[in-house]
Design a protein around this ligand. Sequence first.
Ligand SMILES: O=C(O)c1ccccc1NCC(=O)[C@H](O)[C@H](O)COP(=O)(O)O
Length: 223
Amino acid sequence: MRLDIKICGLKTEEAVDRAVALGASHIGFIFFPKSPRNIEPSDAGRLAARIRGRAKVVAVTVDADSDLLDEIAHEVSPDILQLHGKESPERLLTVKAVYGLPVMKAFSVREADDLKRIDPYIGIADRFLFDAKPPAGSELPGGNGVSFDWKLMHLLDGSVDYMLSGGLNKDNIAEAIRLTGAPGIDVSSGVESAPGVKDLGLMEAFFEAARKAEFEAAAGSDT
Ligand SMILES: O=C(O)c1ccccc1NCC(=O)[C@H](O)[C@H](O)COP(=O)(O)O
C-alpha cells in the first residue's frame, strides 16, 4: 500500500498546487482561529476546488460546534473531517451521521497509556492521527512541531489505521517511517519557513525523503 502523505495548514494556491503535484494524498485546512494556519471556510473552499479528486480534502477542527461544521460542509465539501479536540465517541457518531463523512480522530501521545484512550473510538473513528502533546503554554492542540516517542506505535494493534504526526520534517521522516511502518504521515510546521508559511523547497525535500524511506522499507520487507 502506498504511504499516505498529508500536508496540513495550507493557505495559498501555490502551496496547494505544489503539494498535490508532489503527490500529497491529503490536504488539510485548519479551522481554528488561534492558529497561524487558520483559514476562512470560503477561502478553503476555493483552494479545495483546485484539487478536488486529486487529493483528499481534510477539514481540521477543534471541538467545533454545529454552526462551524455546517459552514465547512457547505463551503468546503471536505472528504474527511479531522477532529483534533476532546470530542467524545458520541460526538463522532453524531458528526458522522449528520455529515455522512469519514472522521479522523486525533490523539496526543506522550506515554503508553495515552494510546488506551482510543479504545472507545474503535469502530467509530475511521482513522486515527497520533500527534505529540502540546508543549506547556501552547494554545494549539496541533501544529506545534514537537514529536513523541515513535516506538510507542509498536504497542498498537496492527489493525488500527492511523497517520503519524507531530514534529515530522525532512531530517527525521526516514527514521519515523522505519521505526513505525506507519500507513500514513502528516506534516505541518516541518515544511514551513515561519508559523503558517509553507516553504515549497522544504515540502519537496520532505516528499523526497519520505518516498525514499517508503521505497527502502518496501525493499527491506521483500528480502
Ligand atoms: O496546525 C495547527 O495550527 C493546528 C491547530 C489546531 C489543531 C490542529 C492543528 N494541526 C493539526 C495537524 O494535523 C498538524 O499537521 C499536526 O498537529 C502536526 O503538526 P506539526 O507538528 O507542526 O507537523
